[in-house]
Write a protein that binds this ligand. Structure first.
Ligand SMILES: [Zn+2]
Length: 840
């Protein structure tokens, strides 16, 4: 019986193998690629079917899943000897990058090409091209591609943003008729809010590589750092009227990009051009897409030893959904088929060039990391982050970022050194203490470290596609020195949080209010029904000093809470937060815990305005902050419904960057004002601040006449320079030092300054009676990044962060984005202050 069962299973398995027949995308899907948008699940199914049909040359791996539970997949495609030796190849590759020790042995290692498709979900032709590319590599009739696979391992990620893609594709498929309608007026070219470009929380995943705030990026970068390919390509789409864009990239290049990385882009560009010329297709190079900001799918690979490239096809993007066909401004019809074939062509051409240069790719890759480890990239050889208990939460957050990028750090050899002080921006002497964190430039990730830490980004040109400053010490608000001296690092850094206090029944606990972890813990304590207070004055107790905003968990108000201290300590441990036990309400300095300066910190009910009138990305940042970062309930309300909402159901209403009709409407505007007068707290951000300042609610924009330049001829511009002049406007993301009134709850937990990432050109007049000017610009120069000189006049002596009292309520103005892409760590506490602490 047993024998028969085994035989039966063998027959079934054999039959199964025989039936796993290799099919082209068209045969598998039942339609020709480019005639329909393929939903994500079918793309996954196609990849599975190919892997099942030719398992010796294709291996699939699920590396994660999206917020909406779609699988994230890659396919490894190479010659069978490589696929069967794949783990060895991976480890050997990491050892070339000096991140593993795997002796070479006698083996011809392939170079690694990684192709990422569809990171912007509504740039949807690229995942269609991914299926064609996979098939072209495995199709037995295609002998050319088999040749490439002898020395090349191709990693294909058919869709880096499945949630965004399906949001786009499901919508698009639901609004087209039997045929695509190329007329631009047709509704299929007008994608509804928030669009499929971004992921579930409206985050742009092509701005998230280094920061890894989103689950898709975290999973992908974890896998990416396990491989570190020699070539990475990110496939995109842009406005419908453009030609195809491929490498070499536009200036500016970051100075860490090597001669070889530039040279190889040139080789690529010439090979693609050959194929495009044969077909008579238009293309351009060296324009628009630069190589600076480290969170893209081209720059991040560049800073990690690869040749990173972006390819752009006309199609999705630019505010017009191309759908399956669209008439362009040259009266041509751009079809999904054309778009797909272009991406397919550059996909194969990329693999071809990589294969032709496989051994050079490996030797240059090795050289990149050898130099990193032995010489260290850049003039600064060590970065020292000074430990301060009040900065502990943000230091933890920084270490987490370093870990995600495989950057090593540790404690440094104590002693006296010299270095650049990020706060004073001068070279000074400083000492390294035993608990300071040191990041050394002598390590494989040296180029990336330089890009992330350098106080000023050195660019070949001054116009850039994205922000021009992001230095981590400013983004995280940490006291840091950059030194030319080499400081030896002890990597065995262990941090322990231990809240199992000796006293089982303390008078209470104090929690420092200094970063996201503190806010997360407060969020959880409030939701568990634990009553909290906060001290609006600094105090000292038990030999420790605490800043304003320190949270107190006391027996008072919590007498009836069963297992109070166990609940508190368990949650603190789970959040990696150190609490301080106190044995008395009598403090050594400052106000005792029974003082009226110690105020209740209550649960607040939050409403977030979202929908078409809000910026999708801005609304997404706030949503993500509540939903994923601090895990606190928030009600999302569509702006079109805002006129009908009973605001009395909420304590806090948040207006993310946007422009809202209900504010202009007299009756709904008045209803919101009445709610504020009765004690409501309104938080306005970025463009919503600008809108309120135009409505005579109290805040005034800075006067326009102060922006006028001293140069009489400033408005005489050359036609030829129009794109450049346009890109200069307004501020391409520069860092300014903001002077803070940190006695105001909006700035609790901060020193008397804050580094803001300034994107727009908005600043406001100081408020008088009833207004608190909490964050103002006094200096005229940015700390890092570029700003036009004419704009400096406007920003100088401007208000950026403030609280206006209105009746019994408040309006908090956050003119800059304190939650920027969720990586501007130091801004998040200001947002939490506005949500939980600001009151009269
Ligand atoms: Zn894109």
């Amino acid at each position: 019986m047993l024998k028969r069962t085994i035989a039966f299973v063998l027959v079934i398995s054999f039959a199964h193998l025989c039936f796993a027949q290799l099919k082209s995308p068209e045969d598998f899907l039942g339609y020709k690629i480019g005639t329909k948008f393929t939903p994500h699940w079918k793309i996954v199914d196609y990849f599975k079917s190919v892997a099942a049909a030719v398992p010796s040359i294709v291996k699939l791996e699920q590396y994660g899943q999206t917020y909406e539970d779609r699988p994230l997949m890659v396919a490894y495609v190479s010659a069978s000897e490589h696929i069967s030796n794949i783990e060895n190849i991976r480890r050997h590759n990491l050892s070339l990058a000096r991140l593993e020790n795997n002796t070479a042995g006698n083996y011809d290692y392939p170079s690694i090409v990684w192709l990422s498709y569809n990171v912007h979900g509504n740039e949807a032709s690229s995942s269609e091209a991914a299926m064609l590319t996979l098939y072209a590599l495995v199709d037995p009739k295609n002998s050319g591609t088999k040749q490439w696979l002898k020395n090349t391992l191709v990693i294909i990620d058919p869709c880096s943003n499945p949630d965004g893609r399906d949001r786009y594709v499901n919508w698009s498929n639901s609004v087209v008729g039997k045929n695509f309608n190329p007329v631009l007026d047709a509704r299929e070219h007008d994608e509804p809010w928030p669009g499929g470009r971004t992921n579930h929380y409206n985050f742009d995943l092509n701005r998230d590589w280094v920061w890894q705030t989103q689950t898709e990026s975290q999973s992908r970068l974890d896998l990416y750092n396990k491989w570190l390919p020699q070539v990475h390509v990110d496939f995109h789409e842009m406005g419908i009227n453009q030609a195809y864009y491929f490498a070499p990239a536009a200036q500016p290049y970051h100075e860490v990009i090597t001669k070889w990385q530039k040279e190889f882009q040139e080789l690529m560009g010439r090979n693609h051009a050959k194929y495009f010329d044969e077909k008579g297709w238009l293309y351009f190079t060296k324009e628009e897409y630069d190589l600076v900001y480290p969170a893209y799918g081209d720059t991040y690979p560049m800073y990690n030893g690869a040749i990173g490239m972006t390819y752009e096809q006309a199609g999705g993007g630019g505010g017009v959904a191309a759908s399956g066909a669209v008439i362009t401004n040259s009266d041509d019809t751009l079809t999904l088929y054309d778009r797909t074939i272009h991406h397919f062509t550059t996909s194969l051409s990329t693999i071809e060039v990589a294969s032709q240069n496989a051994s050079r790719l490996l030797s240059e890759f090795k050289k990149f990391f050898d130099e990193a480890v032995t010489i260290g990239v850049g003039n600064y050889k060590s970065y020292v982050i000074k430990y301060d208990a009040n900065d502990a939460a943000r230091i933890d957050a920084l270490m987490d970022l370093l870990k995600k990028n495989n950057i090593s750090y540790g404690t440094g050899k104590s002693g006296n050194y010299r270095g650049f002080n990020y706060d004073t921006r001068k070279d000074e002497s400083f000492s390294v203490a035993s608990n300071d964190i040191v990041v050394s430039a002598f390590q494989p990730k040296s180029a990336l470290i330089k890009v992330l830490f350098e106080p000023n980004t050195h660019l070949v040109d001054t116009i850039a596609y994205d922000i021009t400053a992001w230095a981590l010490p400013y983004a995280y608000g940490l006291k840091t020195y950059a030194s030319n001296q080499r400081i030896d690092v002890n990597r065995n850094l262990t941090k322990t949080v231990n809240n199992s206090q000796p006293s089982e029944n303390p008078y209470g606990y104090v929690l420092r209010w200094n970063g996201t972890q503190s806010v997360k813990l407060v969020s959880q304590l409030l939701q568990k029904g634990v009553k909290l207070r906060y001290n609006e004055s600094p105090f000292e107790t038990g030999g420790q000093s605490f800043d304003r905003g320190a949270v107190l968990i006391l027996k008072t108000s919590n007498q009836h809470y069963a297992n109070l201290w166990k609940t508190v300590r368990d949650l603190a441990n789970a959040n990696n937060v150190q609490l301080t036990a106190v044995s008395s309400g009598f403090v050594d300095k400052g106000y005792d815990f029974g003082s009226s300066k110690v105020r209740p910190l209550k649960q607040r009910k939050i409403a977030l305005i979202t929908g078409e009138e809000a910026s999708a990305v801005a609304a997404g940042e706030v949503w993500f902050y509540f939903d994923q970062v601090i895990d606190y309930p928030v009600t999302l309300i569509n702006s079109k419904d805002a006129s009908f909402v009973n605001w009395n159901n909420y304590d806090v209403v948040i207006l993310p960057s946007g422009n809202y009709k209900f504010l202009i409407d007299k009756s709904s505007g008045d209803a919101l004002k009445t709610w504020i007068n009765n004690g409501g707290h309104l938080i306005a951000m970025e463009d919503a601040v600008a809108q309120l300042s135009s409505l005579d609610w109290g805040l005034k924009p800075k006067k326009e006449d102060s922006i006028r330049s001293n140069d009489t001829y400033a408005s005489l511009k050359k036609f030829e320079n129009r794109e450049r002049d346009f890109m200069y406007y307004p501020v391409p993301g520069s860092i300014f030092r903001v002077e803070l009134d940190n006695t105001n709850p909006l700035a609790f937990g901060y020193p008397n300054y804050y580094y803001t990432l300034k994107i727009g050109d908005k600043a406001y007049e100081f408020m008088n009676e009833g207004g608190w000017n909490v964050g103002v610009l006094k200096k005229d120069k940015p700390v890092a990044g570029f700003v036009r000189s004419t704009l400096r006049n406007k920003l100088q002596d401007g208000l950026l962060f403030g609280v206006q009292e209105m009746g019994n309520g408040t309006i908090t103005y956050l003119a800059d984005d304190v939650l920027f892409r969720n990586f501007w760590e130091n801004g998040q506490l200001m947002f939490a202050n506005a949500v939980f602490l600001v009151e009269q």
